[in-house]
Design a protein around this ligand. Structure first.
Ligand code: SF4
Length: 590
């Protein structure tokens, strides 16, 4: 059935595995063997894909799979105590499957609901605003073995939490208005408008969108591809969730505008697995746009302007937010970032010229088509034209979505969201920058504080060491393992912070962190590895007492238990006398 639905195309392998798991609840070995044979792929390749994505399961899991969001903001809202309550009520421990196979509980990375946490996923479907009452209701529904579709619908409802609108969020254009305008001026003039707008990518890197589109248009190939990167996995960001929920037409129209510019016939929306609940409404919007003539053949009545969009799901891999990793994932492979050059604009999806743009970037293209590039460039700053959506979460009265012109100060955002006694703001997610109060006059803009949108607020009751510890564990978990410096370096970094958290750290560990920072920055293959130490390095510079509180009064304490590591060798050789152990050091001399 899965093969019939997707065809025997290896690039659909990930989508097939997701569909198969939906049906079987896990991925039995014989199903993987059948799939590998049908697609004429080595079984190891199929297994490799399953092993890469944290939402795919090669071992049996509970009929109800519960994953608590482990973002620092969810923790601040009490997620740990709620998970403990649920585990106690259902008689199991985190990471376990219940004896009857009914339920399994674990944690996952940020689920994109930081404005209404704590949050969890139940079989991939998100539930926000968890509290003790909701946990008790969920436990009861599980005990009754009620199918998920029969659970109260209000459990799966969310707030949009839009608190500040500017050009994008107050846009009232009807479907097709922006396309009509771009078609009317012609392809070349439309690209000139894009150039005049100075629009830069809103996914974080800030590359000029028109330059990307031009390179793709000029690439010698008959087929071009447009990809919308809706894999916002950066902890603390959720603005793409709200855009896809409240303004899906703008996003799809932006993709079609990109197709008009570059001459693409196929588009993909790569939707992060955590946003599974958005998929039915997105598919319905696509169907309506096809019926209205804004997707499909001869769009807007223009012969030869044919373009359509497919939705592909991710499966819980943060690194797939990196555009080349995303393309690998779209091709049904492990999401390992590619070596560049060549760049996706010339060699992207299946080797075809491809533009990959973020959700917000594409939605912004509609404003440019509607009002012109110059009008778009009239707001913002010299190097950052237009507005920026911020996902505000943490210690403030009104967490949610805020749209400001670029150049807004951190203090203005804090005032708008009702934050007080603020100790720090983490802008740009775990990979971003930690700002102390003396920096709150800095501006959100590519030339000062760049961000994909996450804006996490911490008041003066918070421990910034704990914040960085959470981020570093996140990176160690999300490292794709392709390159050794990142695979090992992020684990060592997490281990060092674990040691500090246990109160066993020494000043030498702080020096070790700086060494690891250098290693990761110099030798990592992609941005995940090089950014991983950022929160710790910022924390050491700006909140050093929070780290020093965890130090032992000793110069050195080993992070690696050498004597423990030799246990296996002692067993094998059958020698476990005192001489086979390392001498214990007196505490003072360590
Ligand atoms: Fe993978 Fe990390 Fe290397 Fe990036 S830096 S390719 S995430 S191992």
């Amino acid at each position: 059935e899965t093969l019939t639905r997707f065809g025997r195309r290896p690039e659909y392998l990930l989508q097939m595995l997701i569909a198969l798991q939906e049906h079987e609840n896990w991925l039995p070995p014989e199903a993987l063997t059948t799939l590998a044979a049908a697609l004429d792929l080595p079984r190891a390749r199929v297994e490799g894909v399953v092993g890469f994505y944290s939402f795919l399961h090669a071992e049996p899991v509970g009929q109800y799979r519960l994953l608590f969001s482990d973002n620092i903001i969810d923790r601040m809202c009490g997620s740990e105590a709620l998970m403990a309550r649920l585990c106690h009520s259902l008689w199991l421990a985190p990471g376990q499957v219940s004896e009857d196979g009914l339920v399994s509980v674990d944690v996952t990375s940020c689920t994109g609901l930081g404005d209404q946490g704590p949050a969890m996923l139940v079989n991939g479907r998100a539930i926000a605003a968890l509290n003790e009452d909701r946990i008790d209701i969920i436990c009861e529904l599980i005990r009754q073995k009620l199918a998920l579709d029969a659970w109260p619908v209000e459990l799966f409802q969310f707030e949009k939490n839009i608190h500040q609108r500017d050009a994008l969020l107050s846009c009232t254009a009807l479907p097709g208005d922006a396309l009509r305008a771009a078609i009317a001026v012609g392809r070349d003039a439309w690209l000139s408008q894009m150039q005049a707008s100075r629009l830069r990518g809103r996914g974080g890197a800030g590359f000029t969108t028109a330059v990307k589109w031009l390179a793709c248009r000029n690439a010698p190939a008959t087929e071009k591809i447009v990809v919308c990167n809706a894999d916002e996995g950066e902890p603390g960001t959720f603005k793409d969730r709200v855009l896809l929920d409240a303004h899906a037409d703008l996003v799809f129209e932006g993709m079609t505008l990109a197709a008009w510019a570059v001459g693409a016939r196929r588009g993909f929306l790569y939707l992060r697995g955590e946003y599974l609940n958005l998929r039915p409404a997105l598919e319905a919007t696509l169907a309506r746009r096809r019926a209205e003539g804004w997707l499909g053949a001869s769009i807007g009545g223009v012969a030869g302007f044919d373009f359509d969009i497919e939705i592909h799901l991710g499966a819980g891999a943060y690194v797939c937010g990196e555009e080349t990793a995303l393309l690998e994932s779209l091709e049904g492979k492990r999401g390992t970032p590619r070596i560049r050059p060549p760049f996706p604009v010339t060699h992207g999806y299946l080797g075809l010229p491809t533009v990959v743009n973020n959700v917000e970037t594409l939605a912004k293209c509609c404003l440019i088509a509607l009002h012109g590039g110059a009008a778009f460039a009239a707001t913002g700053t010299a190097q950052s034209a237009g507005t920026k959506l911020l996902s505000v979460s943490g210690d403030c009265a009104r967490p949610g979505i805020y749209e400001f012109p670029f150049g807004v100060t951190v203090r203005q955002v804090l005032d708008a969201c009702g934050a007080s006694d603020t100790l720090a703001v983490q802008v740009g997610g775990a990979a971003g920058i930690t700002l102390a109060p003396y920096e709150f006059g800095r501006r959100v803009a590519f030339e000062d504080v760049p961000t994909a949108g996450a804006f996490m607020v911490f008041n003066d009751t918070r421990d910034m060491f704990e914040v960085a510890h959470n981020f570093v564990r996140f990176f160690a978990h999300e490292s794709c393992g392709f390159c050794t410096p990142c695979r090992v370096g992020t684990s060592l970094l997490a281990g060092t912070l674990d040691k500090l958290a246990e109160g066993k750290g020494s000043p030498a560990d702080l020096l070790e962190i700086e060494d690891l920072d250098r290693l990761l920055k110099q030798a990592s293959h992609c941005g995940l590895g090089s950014a991983a130490p950022n929160p710790v390095i910022d924390g050491l510079q700006k909140f050093r007492p929070a780290y020093e509180r965890h130090l032992m009064h000793a110069d050195f304490s080993p992070a690696f238990d050498l004597d423990g590591a030799l246990r296996r060798a002692r067993q094998i050789t059958g020698r476990d006398d005192a001489g086979a152990h390392l001498p214990q050091q007196p505490e003072a001399s360590r």
